[in-house]
Design a protein around this ligand. Sequence first.
Ligand code: ADP
Ligand code: MG
Length: 321
Amino acid sequence: MPLSEFGLIERYFRGCGAKRGDVRVGVGDDAAILECPAGTELVAAVDSLVDGVHFPHGSPPASIGHRALAVNLSDLAAMGARPAWALLALTLPRADESWLSEFAAGMAALARDHEVALVGGDTTSGPLCITVQVLGHVQRSSAMLRSGGQPGDALFVSGTPGDAAAGLAIEQGRLPADGEAAAYLRDRFLYPAPRLALGECLRRYADACIDVSDGLLGDASKLARASGCGVEISHRDVPVSDALVRAVGEERARELALTGGDDYELCFSVRPAQVARLLAELPPERWGYTRIGTLRESPGADVFRDGAVMSLSHSGYDHFG
Ligand code: ADP
Ligand code: MG
């Protein structure tokens, strides 16, 4: 007997993720009722993943569930917020039980890792599309914004951007690669790790932050523009993973790190007077971040290599076409 909408919600989504004491009413009523801690502001983000657009058709269902939540958690990380609750609007072509169970398990594992409870949603039938909304909180007036940067600020990025873009290309058969490096890169696309712990700590040091989802260069220039600045990035300082260099070579690795997408790392700016404290209190080798450049007064985004401005296409859409 095909699974009813009610049965599907009961089986896969009630109780999905963490159990939280601040959920007064969760899945099962007309709306959720949630308690915000005193002295905090509610922080909300929503993102949709469309089959064949935001992930390759036929992606592992666990990865789709993971990514649908991860991309939203990354937005909260960029604000320095702590996530608490999620809502899931699911449009499915059919109620395929093995697909649903893997999808829900992928989402639930990441939700539990970050103590997020699924508190509601909607289920409809149609072409596969997953919309997740994440709600969280941050101490009043302490969130990081894109607009808080100043000329002279040091600019940093977490992790090794470019890995996910290469991983996606491998998934799609556009980049031939195998072995350990290929497995690592695919995993970086399929199961990105939102930088929530780093985001929360950065509130004490950073004056602006953005999550890197559309390519480091483009997102760094968004932060700079929102701050009324420009940005200079040092080509040789852009961090790249050994796996990426093995898969595409050093030159292309840096290009992908600057213009790829789907990284879900954090790019943040720090006043010069705060840099020493940041480096001492959040050691970069432990927290995994690198200085890549500086905010400047004149607008625009430039990548410097051996003293000259590089020309790079910002598009970063098809690096392997
Ligand atoms: P309504 O008609 O009031 O929107 P629904 O039948 O759509 O109610 O949903 C019933 C309950 O199940 C609600 O609490 C809703 O938030 C929850 N829900 C529906 N779909 C999902 C889903 N995909 N994931 C989590 N909760 C869901
Ligand atoms: Mg509904």
